[in-house]
Design a protein around this ligand. Structure first.
Ligand SMILES: Nc1nc2c(c(=O)[nH]1)N[C@H]1C(S)=C(S)[C@@H](COP(=O)(O)O)O[C@H]1N2
Ligand SMILES: [Mo]
Length: 522
């Protein structure tokens, strides 16, 4: 064992480790940008963690962080990497070459994660190899400097010929190089992430897409929009449409390469290209998507005008076998959803969507093609970046979330939400309005009732809606008196069912209960 190195302070080792791992990861990130964004070591490890995480951890992440669950995961990875980097640096200082071995092992973890991603090809290993090797080399070099520094400053092990100025210079050089490596690595990591995100947002292929005119259009009635400030708009702008998926890096698909394969229990396999899809008679439909993880009162629900082609017609070409009862859809990144065959073949607007509110699908909402199915939660129906439909049976196959404890079928439950006034806000006494949205897609909402404190349930006025496939806005005038008030709402479905007061959590097939808001009236 090198006794000199024992004199080097541990924090110098930690600094060397953080510098080496940050720069290594940054170089890996830049390499990934040159190959394909999803091969990024950090993104691959994050993606593998998402898929491997126990169901309770994912459920907790979505309910705690909602659509910020990915930022939370990346923060967690950064903290874990920081700890491992400190440890590796310390090891390299005290037990060389084990710190370098740890850096290489970290790279190997990246390689394993990258190669097991659904879209991976062997070249996906390269960014993690670059990251691991670079981190090991940088760590070796910095740790040598740190040991030199320690020897120089340690009175117990004077270095022959070392003058006080030289000792200070050694230390300064070490700190300078560590600092430069850390900052350069951080810039590469953050910059790489920004370049990746912005290149996706401003994707040239997407910008070049010209969607065909629909053969059937839908007019959204003006009376669907009550225009009450604070109330969710009837049609959600794409920028504020909720987003939930397992894709840490949004999959990039060039429409020219997109293929949909329909196979399984069918008489004829069908393959569809992008040009073939766009040449079909496309129809507009308005469908509200909801996430099964949406808590009572939550905002994981949005509404859009979609452009697409009925899946029913494509299945008719394939001719499903009589004993088939499910379609397992798969995205390019390996997510799967199990959708009942009868839902895809009845007369509802279950579509392969290419357009969202007059634009090609945004990258994060499934560009170029996703499924939209009225009446089912997204996890069993709304596969984004869809590339494969397997006609099968519930008895024979399970989907991504089913394997994690969620129900194989997920019809949307009857729910309603108060948007105005918002909980905790101050309301002026006098004439006020209570307003919100209510939904049970493909069943439809016939009424909404509101209760103030423990008073009578009062019927709210419903706005118009395109169909029962969307949510509907509602409002009720309220003479607000000063004090603290509790407002509650409940929906009545088009089939006469009253929304249950029974409180259930989101697992395994969606939350129930009445939304309740407490407000202070001044
Ligand atoms: N490829 C893919 N598609 C997916 C998911 C996913 O993780 N991956 N999540 C599903 C879930 S759980 C929901 S709620 C909807 C959300 O669609 P949005 O992000 O466009 O709102 O997408 C569905 N489609
Ligand atoms: Mo979801």
């Amino acid at each position: 064992m090198d006794t000199d190195s024992a004199a080097a302070p541990a924090h110098l080792g930690a600094l060397a480790g953080v510098a080496a791992v940050t720069l290594g990861a940054g170089l890996g990130e830049l390499t990934a940008l040159a190959i394909t964004p999803s091969s990024s070591p950090v993104a691959s490890i994050g993606g593998a963690l998402i898929d491997a995480a126990p169901a309770w951890a994912k459920d907790a992440a979505i309910s705690l962080f909602g659509t910020n669950d990915k930022a939370a995961l990346l923060t967690g990875i950064a903290i874990a990497l920081f700890a491992v980097a400190c440890a590796a640096g310390w090891l390299e200082l005290r037990r060389p070459p084990w710190g370098r071995v740890a850096a290489l092992a970290l790279g190997a973890v990246g390689v394993a994660a990258a190669l097991t991603r659904a879209q991976a090809s062997p070249i996906w290993a390269v960014p993690s190899v670059v990251a691991g090797v670079a981190a090991a080399l940088i760590l070796g070099a910095l740790a040598r400097r740190a040991r030199g520094t320690a020897r120089a400053v340690s009175p117990a092990t004077p270095v022959a010929g070392a003058d006080p100025d030289g000792r200070g210079a050694d230390r300064r050089t070490f700190l300078l190089w560590s600092g430069v490596a850390t900052v350069a690595g951080a810039i590469a990591l953050v910059g790489g992430g920004i370049v990746r995100a912005s290149s996706q947002a401003a994707s040239a292929v997407r910008a070049a897409v010209r969607l065909p005119q629909p053969v059937a259009t839908v007019a959204v009635p003006a009376a669907a929009e009550l225009g009450i400030p604070g109330l969710a708009p009837y049609v959600t702008p794409n920028e504020s449409f909720y987003r939930i998926d397992t894709a840490l890096v949004v999959p990039q698909i060039d429409p020219a390469d997109w293929r949909l394969r329909i196979h399984g229990l069918v008489a004829h396999e069908v393959t569809l290209t992008w040009d073939e899809l766009l040449a079909l008679p496309l129809e507009e439909s308005v469908t509200t998507l909801a996430c099964v993880s949406n808590d009572v009162g939550g905002d994981l629900i949005s509404n859009a005008v979609w452009l697409g082609y009925p899946i029913r017609a494509l299945l008719a070409r394939a001719e499903p076998a009589a004993d088939a009862d499910m379609v397992l859809s798969t995205s390019i990144d390996g997510f799967t959803a199990s959708t009942p065959l009868d839902v895809l073949t009845d007369d509802r607007a279950a579509i392969l969507a290419v357009g969202m509110n007059g634009e090609p699908l945004p990258a994060e909402h499934g560009f170029p093609v996703r499924m939209v199915v009225p009446g089912l939660y997204g996890y069993v129906s709304a596969t984004k970046w869809v590339v494969d439909l397997e006609v099968t049976r519930f008895a024979d196959a399970t989907a991504y979330w089913t394997d994690r404890g969620w129900s194989p079928r997920g019809p949307v439950k009857l729910e309603s939400r108060i948007d105005v006034p918002r909980a905790g806000t101050a309301v002026d006494a006098g004439d006020a309005v209570i307003a919100g949205v209510a939904w049970q897609q493909h069943v439809g909402v016939a009424g909404v009732e509101v209760q103030v404190d423990d008073g009578e349930w009062q019927a709210a006025t419903l706005a118009s809606a395109v169909s029962g496939d969307t949510w509907v806005q509602w409002s009720l005038p309220w003479r607000a008196t000063s004090g603290i008030h509790t407002l509650r709402c409940r929906a009545i479905s088009a089939t006469g069912e009253t929304q249950t007061s029974t409180v259930t959590g989101v697992v395994p097939d969606g939350a129930t209960g009445w939304h309740e808001v407490r407000v202070q009236v001044a």
